[in-house]
Design a protein around this ligand. Structure first.
Ligand code: KIV
Ligand code: NA
Length: 274
């Protein structure tokens, strides 16, 4: 049975919520088979799947396209889909329209957007429309240039206080959960203790009520850079290059395909053709 929003409350101070990103059918299947609590179709797909330098280039159409593929692989897993840059910054109505599209066309169970205090009205409006919202505070990759790039946030007491305010703002606006990205572990622990909704950390230490990692980072597929907070549980990028290299070699040597990979036909069928 697919989880619903109230099911996620058990992670508050309980067993951590397990979240992984996915961007296609196969990854959706794998995540569901692994029994994760939720899948995030993150706009990180812009970087790890589409090869952009930033998530800011990802479109709503991109998100819908990938979310539908994930859904086909993971029909029974709660799926959160990111609102991409530009789909909610232009106003509450645009945010509502984009969220409805992610649910209707992207088959999302919930949406996620980046921002706190400044997006309180937006979160409230989406939740009021009946669409669950996951918040996202701390490092905000869509607009990371204003934060000094993809780096840890909340290092000064003013910055730390702002992140706490942002987290409280999205909670008050009705978010059911909130991502804390790239904040010091002690700040994440403090925010987690102040909030009644579960926090899901990425680069935010072990005290969060859950963890999220990017599929390609977790499996060692993305090689452009590996943030400190990533643990690679496999090196599938290396494995893939080894397999592809072996394939190329065997094709050139004519050792692939072998007889076992081909189809047979009776000799008399072809006799007339000789
Ligand atoms: O897009 C993404 O993968 C995310 C996670 C890092 C939280 O937003
Ligand atoms: Na994202």
């Amino acid at each position: 049975m697919k989880k619903t929003v109230p099911d996620f409350a058990v992670h508050k101070g309980g067993t951590p919520m397990v979240v992984v990103t996915a961007y296609d059918y196969a990854a959706g299947q794998q995540a569901q088979a692994a029994g994760v609590d939720a899948i995030l179709v993150g706009d990180s797909l812009g970087m790890v799947v589409l090869g952009y330098e930033s998530t800011a280039l990802v479109t709503l159409e991109d998100m819908i396209h990938h979310a539908r593929a994930v859904r086909r692989g993971a029909p029974d897993t709660f799926m959160v889909v990111d609102l991409p840059f530009g789909s909610y910054q232009t106003g509450v109505n645009d945010a509502l329209r984009a969220s409805v599209r992610l649910v209707k066309e992207g088959m999302a169970d919930a949406v996620k957007l980046e921002g706190g205090v400044h997006y309180q009205d937006t979160v409230r409006a989406i939740v009021s429309a009946g669409i669950p919202v996951m918040g996202h505070v701390g490092l905000l990759p869509q607009t990371a240039a204003v934060q000094g790039g993809l780096k840890v946030q909340g290092k000064s007491s003013e910055a730390a206080a702002r992140i706490l305010e942002d987290a409280l703002a999205v909670e008050q606006a009705g978010a059911y959960s909130v991502v804390l990205e790239a904040v010091p572990a002690k700040l994440a622990a403090l925010i987690t203790s102040r909030l009644s909704i579960p926090t899901v950390g990425i680069g935010a230490g072990a005290a969060c009520d859950g963890q999220v990692l990017v599929y390609h980072d977790l499996l060692g597929i993305f090689d452009r850079f590996r943030p400190k907070f990533v643990k690679a549980y496999a090196e599938l990028g290396v494995t893939s290059v080894q397999a592809l290299t072996r394939y190329a070699l065997e094709v050139r040597e004519r050792t692939f395909p072998g007889p076992e990979h081909g189809f047979a036909v009776k000799d008399e069928v072809l006799e007339k053709l000789y």
